[in-house]
Design a protein around this ligand. Structure first.
Ligand code: FAD
Length: 297
């Protein structure tokens, strides 16, 4: 299919893009990597009259300051895989990025675009939740910071106002006794996830027991979803080794999966997604624990 006609403007800065977006109202849309927007235009699922290209607005690279990894919104998925600061500061995200689409999608697609697109199966979105990321947003009244946990509203819908743009994503840098794991089930490599799980496990300072855990899931609801911290609290003080460790991980994963109400669609039944959520969560907890403890998974 061919996209409907639209006007095109390349913005030199985020401020200019916000101005154009505010002037354009409902008829204007930001264009970043184009990996979601262009297919939607070609399928005529959206018909904006104006596309505001932000690719010239920002040439910053990832950086680390004050314990935070700063990812400019235009950071490509490929950069997440390759950039040393990302690989060291947030290995969870570097690992998850391998699962995003194919090499062409990873070359063009951006972190800001993924979060703004709010696909419920998004690898980047689930990592943003698991890491406790903050999203910096610019609008006509200036900048504000939105926790990732408040960004996703429903299918392809965020808490961004119509004339707001994501400029940066801030992620707490990995701490020394923190392990990570990203697990995903797809039917074919490069497909969107049926279910994916992002997990972080942090150990106590002087013992190989768990101090804290965060788990986020994709493909189980109308948005990427953070597992209820209360369901994970039972792991505090545990060591996920041997039979007892397996039992603890399996029990928590089962409680998380039982709480979900996943969609039933042409790709998978709700029952199958719930089962995947249980299996992948248990696997992710064990691998994240092993990495935190410096042991083989
Ligand atoms: C074949 C294929 C396979 C794919 N597989 C996956 C996959 O497995 N997992 C996955 O998560 N995604 C997948 N994608 C989507 C891909 O990750 C996109 O890159 C991503 O969803 C959107 O990023 P983008 O930079 O391309 O945004 P665009 O397509 O340019 O924009 C997407 C939406 O976000 C808005 N937007 C973009 N940037 C900003 C910003 N900075 N501030 C505010 N709004 C903004 C746009 O207006 C638009 O509404 C796939 C795409 C294709 C074509």
């Amino acid at each position: 299919m061919v996209a409907p006609a639209f006007e095109y403007v390349a913005a030199d800065s985020y401020d200019e893009a916000v101005r154009l977006l505010a002037d354009g109202g409902d008829e204007a849309k930001i264009l970043a990597g184009g990996q979601s927007l262009m297919p939607m235009l070609n399928l005529r699922l959206v018909r904006p009259e104006l596309l505001i290209d932000i690719n010239m607005a920002d040439d910053r690279q990832p950086s680390v300051t004050g314990g935070l990894l700063r990812l400019p919104a235009l950071t490509r998925h490929r950069v997440l895989l390759e950039h040393d600061l990302v690989r060291r500061g947030c290995p969870l995200l570097a690992e998850a990025a391998w699962h995003v689409g194919n090499v062409r999608v990873r070359n063009r697609g951006t972190v800001g675009g993924s979060l703004a697109h709010a696909d419920p199966t998004s690898e980047i979105g689930s990592c943003a939740l698991a890491t406790g990321a903050q999203v910096v947003v610019r609008g006509p009244d200036g900048d504000r910071t939105v926790p990732a946990s408040e960004l996703f509203v429903s299918y392809w819908t965020t808490a961004l106002a119509p004339s707001e743009i994501i400029t940066d994503v801030l992620i707490p840098v990995r701490r020394p006794r923190q392990g990570w794991s990203f697990q995903e089930m797809v039917r074919r490599t490069s497909d969107f996830a049926i279910v994916a799980v992002a997990a972080l496990v942090e150990l106590d300072e002087r013992a190989a027991t768990i101090a804290g855990t965060r788990v986020a899931l994709a493909g189980v609801a109308d948005r990427v979803t953070l597992a209820d911290p209360e369901l994970l609290a039972g792991l505090a003080g545990c060591a996920l080794t041997g039979g007892t460790g397996d039992e603890a991980a399996n029990a928590v994963a089962a409680r998380i999966a039982d709480r979900l109400e996943p969609p039933d669609d042409v790709y998978a039944s709700a029952r199958y997604r719930r089962r995947l959520a249980r299996v992948l969560t248990a696997r992710a907890l064990r691998e994240a624990y092993a990495r935190a403890a410096g042991a083989p998974a």
